[in-house]
Design a protein. Structure first.
Length: 231
C-alpha cells in the first residue's frame, strides 16, 4: 500500500481569530501609549511587548518590523481620526463660522477618544525629525484644508469676518489651540495645580478666543470702517 504523505497545512486565506485580532489591536494601543509618553526613538520592542503583556517575539509576529508598526499606527489609528475631523466639512454649503466651530468640536472629539494624540502629535509630527511626520502628512486632506481657507476668505470678502485674519493660517491656529494645551497639560499642572484641562472648560476657552478673533464686532467694524474710508 502506498504511503500517503500529508502536505503542509497552508495558512493562506485562513481567517484570523477574533481574540488574535483583539490582541493585535491591544498591542498597537500599548505601543502608541509608549510612543506618546517616551517618543518612538526611546521605546524598545521589549517595552512594547511588556506593556502589551506579550513577548518581543509576538511584537515581531504581528508587525514584523518597526517600520510596519509605524505604518499601522498611522493607517489604523491616525487616519480614522483625520477623517472624523475633515469628512463632514462642506465648504460649499457651510457658513465659515460654523465650519470653524465644527472643526474645533471634532478635534476635541478625537482627543477625548484618543488622549495620547496631542503628545504624539507634538513629539512625532510637529518636531523636526519626528518619525511619523512624513507618514502622517501623506494623509492630511490638503484640498479640504485649502477649501476651508477659501471659505474663510469669502467670509472676509463679504464683510462677515475679521479682515485681519490670514485664512490659510486659521486651521494652524485651531490645531495649536486644541492640541498644545493638552500636550503640555502635565507641565502646566505642575506649575499651577489649580489649572484644569477638562474638555468642557478648554473647549469653551478655545471657542471664545477663536470666535471673537474671527467675528469680534470691534474687529469687523474697524475693517468695514477702513473699507469705507478708502472708497
Amino acid at each position: 500500500m502506498a504511503r500517503v504523505t500529508k502536505s503542509p497545512r497552508s495558512t493562506a486565506g485562513r481567517r484570523t481569530r477574533v481574540n488574535d485580532s483583539d490582541a493585535r489591536a491591544q498591542l498597537l494601543d500599548a505601543a502608541i501609549a509608549l510612543f506618546a509618553q517616551r517618543s518612538i526613538a526611546n521605546t524598545t520592542v521589549a517595552q512594547i511587548g511588556a506593556a502589551g503583556r506579550v513577548t518581543s517575539a509576538m511584537v515581531h509576529y504581528w508587525f514584523e518590523t518597526r517600520e510596519r508598526l509605524l505604518d499601522a499606527v498611522v493607517a489604523e489609528r491616525l487616519v480614522p481620526l483625520f477623517r472624523h475631523i475633515w469628512d463632514p466639512v462642506d465648504t460649499v454649503q457651510g457658513a465659515p463660522v460654523e465650519l470653524a466651530q465644527g472643526i474645533v468640536r471634532r478635534m476635541f472629539d478625537v482627543t477625548e477618544k484618543a488622549p495620547w494624540l496631542p503628545s504624539l502629535w507634538l513629539r512625532e509630527i510637529v518636531n523636526e525629525g519626528g518619525l511619523l511626520r512624513e507618514r502622517a502628512l501623506r494623509h492630511i486632506p490638503l484640498q479640504r484644508v485649502a477649501a476651508f481657507g477659501q471659505a474663510i476668505a469669502r467670509g472676509q470678502q463679504q464683510g462677515e469676518l475679521n479682515a485681519d485674519i490670514e485664512p490659510l493660517l486659521l486651521f494652524n491656529s485651531i490645531l495649536a489651540l486644541v492640541m498644545l494645551p493638552q500636550a503640555t497639560a502635565k507641565i502646566w499642572h505642575r506649575i499651577n495645580p489649580k489649572l484644569t484641562f477638562d474638555r468642557a472648560g478648554l473647549e469653551r476657552h478655545v471657542n471664545a478666543l477663536l470666535m471673537h478673533g474671527i467675528t469680534g464686532q470691534p474687529a469687523v467694524a474697524a475693517s468695514r470702517a477702513r473699507k469705507r474710508s478708502t472708497r
